[in-house]
Structures are given as C-alpha cells and as structure tokens.
Design a binder for this molecule. Structure first.
Ligand SMILES: Cc1cc2nc3c(=O)[nH]c(=O)nc-3n(C[C@H](O)[C@H](O)[C@H](O)COP(=O)(O)OP(=O)(O)OC[C@H]3O[C@@H](n4cnc5c(N)ncnc54)[C@H](O)[C@@H]3O)c2cc1C
Length: 508
C-alpha cells in the first residue's frame, strides 16, 4: 500500500482557496485524532482578484453543506438573491431583452412547451413565472418560509471579499482548518514528480500529501512548478479585459435587483450586480476590438451620474484552462485551473464542483491517486467544453452587425460540438436527454431559455406528428399565468424582504 493521505495543503486564500478548504474540511470533519488535516497558506503580499459576485444555484446547497446559516451569509456578504440573468441588447442592440431564469419551465420533464408557445421569443414568459418576479424586483420567498427554500429557484449575489472572509472565519473556528499567512516561494519535487513540500518565505519547507493550487492566475504549483500548459480558448471567446467599479446606491432604500443584468455593448457587455450596500458593475471586452479608454467611456455612459468620482479597476485575463487539472499530487481549483468570461457565473460553481469531487474522492493512499486524477481530469475537460459552448451560444445567435459580434457569428470561431448541437436543435430544440450526463452543469432548460430568448426557431413542423398535446400544453401555460399572478401579488420586494428577514432573525 502507498503512503497514506493525511495532510492537504491549499495554497491561496481567495474565494477558491477558502471555499475548497471549507468543502473538504466539512466533508472530512471528525473528532478522531487520525482525521484529515487541512492547511491553507495565503500570501499577505499578493492580493485576491477581488471580483466574482454572481453565483449559480449550486451555492445554496454548498453553503448549507458547509454548515453556514443563510442569514449569516446575507449579513456578512451584503448578499442579495440572484434569480437568473437578464440579457439586454444581445440580439439586435435596440433595447431587446430576454431572461435566463433559474426556475425550470412548468411541466419540465413531462412536456416540452416550446412547440406550443405563441412566439418562441416568449418561451421564458409562457413557460415560467420567474421573469415577471424579476421584473417586479421581488424576493423568491416570503417571511413565513424558511432559509434555503423558495418559491423560485435562486443563487446569490455577494461581496467577494466578505464571502472569503466569512469562509475563512468559519473554516478556522468550526472546521479546524490551519491558517498560515506566508508567501510560497517554490516547491520541492520528489524523483517521481510529486510535490514533496512547498517553501514558504518565513517558515521554510512544509510537506503535505496533496497540494491544492488556488493561487489564482499565477497557477504557481500546477502551471509553474509542474509545467502544465495553458490551453487558450480566445479564438472562441474573445474577451480578455474587464473594468470593474463599485457603485453606491442613490439612497439607502434604492431597490436591489434580484437578477444579474448583462447589457451588450458595441464590444463585450456590462454586468450589473445588486448587493444590499452597493452595486458591482463592470465592462468585459476584447482588447482586439476596443481600446481601454473607449471601454471606460462605455461603462461611464451606462452608469451616467452614478459613475462621477469613481475609479474603474482594470483586470486582464486569458480565456482558457490548463491542459490537465490534476497532475501527480497537485490539483488546481479556481483561476489557477482556468477562466472564461463571467457571463453565467460559472467560476465559483466550478470551484464548488471541483472541491466536492476532491473531498468525496480523496483516496486514503497515494497509490490510488492516479485513478482519482484521471477521472477528475476527464470530468473537468467535459465541463470546460460545455461551459465554453454554452457561453459561445450567447453570442453566436446574435443579429448585431458590429465587427465584434459578426466575428462571434463567424462559424470558424464556433466549436464543432456547438455546431452539432445547433444542427440537432434546428428540428426539435434542446431536450433533456441532450444533457443527461450525471456531470452536466446546465440543464436543457438553460439552453432553451437562451436560444429561444435569442429567437432561434426550431422547425417543429418537420415532425409535427410528435406535437399533438396542444390541450395539455395550453393547460400548463394557463397554470403558469395563474402562478405568475399569485407570485407577483404575494412575494415581497427584494430589499424589504432581506431587511425584515435579517431584523427578525436577530430577535430569535
Ligand atoms: C472580471 C471578473 C469577473 C468575475 N465575475 C465572476 C462572477 O460573477 N461569478 C463567478 O463565479 N466568478 C467570477 N469571476 C471569477 C472569480 O473571481 C474567481 O473564480 C474567484 O474569485 C476565485 O479566485 P481565486 O481564489 O482562484 O484567485 P484569487 O482571488 O486571485 O486568489 C489567489 C490567492 O492566492 C494567493 N497566492 C498567490 N500566489 C501565492 C503565493 N506565491 N504564496 C501564497 N499565496 C499566494 C493570493 O494571496 C490569493 O489569496 C470573475 C473573474 C473576473 C476576472
């Protein structure tokens, strides 16, 4: 039998590092003396990326499994509910919009409503109540419902720095994670290529059995020490820069948006995320198509007087991922594994999935590690391909005429796998069995909302005999109208709900 795995060292204290530490430590929590030891080392000289405020509904379960209370998350992280994304100007650029809500369509899994809706662009509205809930700025639940539940599915908007801090406190206090503040200078490899130890600036060498590289874009262990190359995807997703601003509200009772707003620009798009104490707003763009000062002007035009006196912070990034994610006894999680533009908030979701995979599959001994690594790599390659295809889908169906958008439509920039999907969908649209892999990230519903929202019309008439359930479809569509009315009348305004809920949880 190979050497036992008793000590995991996470290098990096950004969202990826602390979330990974929390997920692994919560999964392996035990009072026994031979329990797994989790150590996190972070540098006080190298800042975290400081952005990443939109999340995916998976975070709800993750936070619950770690053991953090939802009202603590809201209080510490100035969080709001995120019920989906509103995509403005992505099709024509003339004020058009569509929603990608997080609640699946009514009848999902029983009857696909797409062949029966009056206009395919109305698919999200006719099949689901959540778009109206978002447009009305409502919370997904009432005060009588308990935390982590909701009448509408949701994720969170949260202050990235505060979220890292909350996880840090929880990891140290509740989960027994050892915390070292020091800078890793390099690693010592054994003759078989495994990492034996890392060398810290002040503390010297520290050994561990598994190293998790959460060093951000630096990819210090996997990229630099183990020389795993970066696979660029900028021929598919062109954006490589972001300008981020933290924008105060006009007043303390200004409404808080309960969905991410992504507004397309002549080049790239602007995210707008509502936290309870401020908005996080940023412009993602491609430096091949837009100069930095033009991007800043776009951002200031978008914000109007709200941007006066505010500075924008520029962040540069490459689109792509490592050729392998787990090599020898080192696995990368977070930006060190890869990054593509934050259009559907997939980065934190991938951190959750990666960390859970590591926690659940952590082998007791080193000799099983190559199998764990192989399987992890297979799954992550699949997921990255799916993410890249899904993000590209948001661009490739546009009717916008600017060179940037036309370059996205150019089929030489569209992955073969996405072209195949679109060909399949031209007759019947996306269906659940297209996405029945156990490791799928987005359900068929997500693809349906996006492609129908962008006006993609499958020719259902080619096999019209398959669509003979008009009466049942009409009943579901009517039921949705009733639910829409009920929800918009009964759910409270977003900010008001959060304030009342947090105040009442203090009284308990
Ligand atoms: C513009 C932009 C917008 C984004 N928006 C979203 C979003 O809405 N939703 C989403 O899910 N994701 C988003 N992301 C991604 C998200 O920000 C990251 O996935 C997340 O913050 C995790 O980052 P990280 O922890 O991997 O890296 P970082 O935050 O960069 O942390 C790296 C850590 O490693 C440490 N470190 C580095 N080198 C050393 C060393 N030598 N020794 C010791 N420590 C070291 C640093 O001190 C730091 O603690 C966005 C990213 C960008 C660029």
């Amino acid at each position: 039998m190979g050497k036992s795995i008793k000590k995991v060292m996470i290098v990096g204290g950004g969202t990826a590092g602390w979330l990974t530490a929390a997920i692994i430590a919560a999964h392996h929590k035990s009072d026994k003396p031979d329990r797994l030891q989790v150590t996190l080392v972070e540098s006080s000289d190298i800042p975290t990326i400081g952005v990443g405020e939109g999340t995916w509904p998976t975070l709800k379960n993750t936070v619950q499994q770690i053991g953090i209370k939802e009202h603590d998350l809201f209080e510490h992280c100035h969080a709001g509910f995120k019920q989906g994304g509103k995509f403005i100007d992505w099709v024509h650029g003339n004020g058009d919009f569509y929603y990608h809500p997080f609640t699946v369509p009514l009848g999902y899994g029983r009857l696909d409503l797409a062949p029966y809706v009056s206009e395919i662009e109305n698919y999200a509205v006719e099949s689901n109540f959540q778009q109206h809930v978002c447009e009305a700025g409502l919370a997904p639940r009432t005060l009588s419902e308990s935390e982590f539940t909701g009448q509408c599915n949701y994720a969170y908007h949260l202050d990235a720095g505060a979220f890292g801090d909350l996880l840090k406190q929880f990891c140290k206090k509740e989960l027994g994670v050892e915390h070292i503040v020091d800078t890793v200078e390099g690693a010592t490899l054994s003759s078989d290529g495994n990492i034996e130890s890392v060398t810290l600036n002040e503390r010297g060498e520290i050994a561990a059995d598994l190293f998790v590289d959460c060093t951000g874009f630096a990819s210090l262990l996997l990229g630099k020490e183990l020389c795993v190359p970066f696979v660029e995807k900028d021929d598919v997703l062109f954006n490589d820069r972001a300008l981020a601003m933290q924008v105060p509200y006009e007043s303390s009772d200004s409404p808080v948006a309960c969905h991410t707003i992504a507004t397309a620009q002549n080049v790239g798009w602007i995210w707008d995320i509502g936290l309870t104490h401020r908005r996080g707003v940023g412009h993602v763009y491609s430096s091949d198509f837009l100069k930095d000062d033009e991007a800043e002007q776009n951002l200031r035009n978008y914000l109007g007087p709200a941007a006066e006196g505010l500075d924008a912070r520029q962040i540069r990034f490459g689109s792509g991922h490592r050729a392998e994610f787990w090599k020898k006894n080192c696995v990368a999680v977070g930006l060190s594994a890869g990054f593509v533009e934050p259009l559907e908030a997939t980065a934190i979701m991938l951190v959750e999935i990666s960390a859970r995979h590591i926690a659940e599959n952590l082998p007791p001994t080193q000799d099983v590690m190559p199998i764990t690594a192989k399987r992890f790599n297979q799954q992550m390659h699949y997921r990255w391909r799916r993410i890249i295809d899904f993000l590209k889908l948001h661009y490739t169906l546009t009717k916008r005429s600017e060179p940037y958008w036309q370059a996205h439509v150019d089929e030489n920039t569209v992955p073969e796998s996405l072209k195949e999907d679109l060909a399949m969908w031209s007759g019947r649209g996306p269906i659940r069995s297209d996405f029945d892999s156990a490791i799928e990230l987005f359900p068929a519903a997500s693809y349906q909302y996006v492609i129908y929202g962008m006006g993609f019309k499958p020719d259902f008439s080619l096999q019209s005999y398959l669509y003979s359930e008009r009466d049942q479809a009409q009943r579901i569509i009517q039921r949705n109208q009733q639910l829409t009315q009920q929800m918009t009348q009964s759910l409270p305004p977003h900010r008001q709900y959060i304030e009342q809920w947090l105040a009442s949880s203090h009284q308990v």
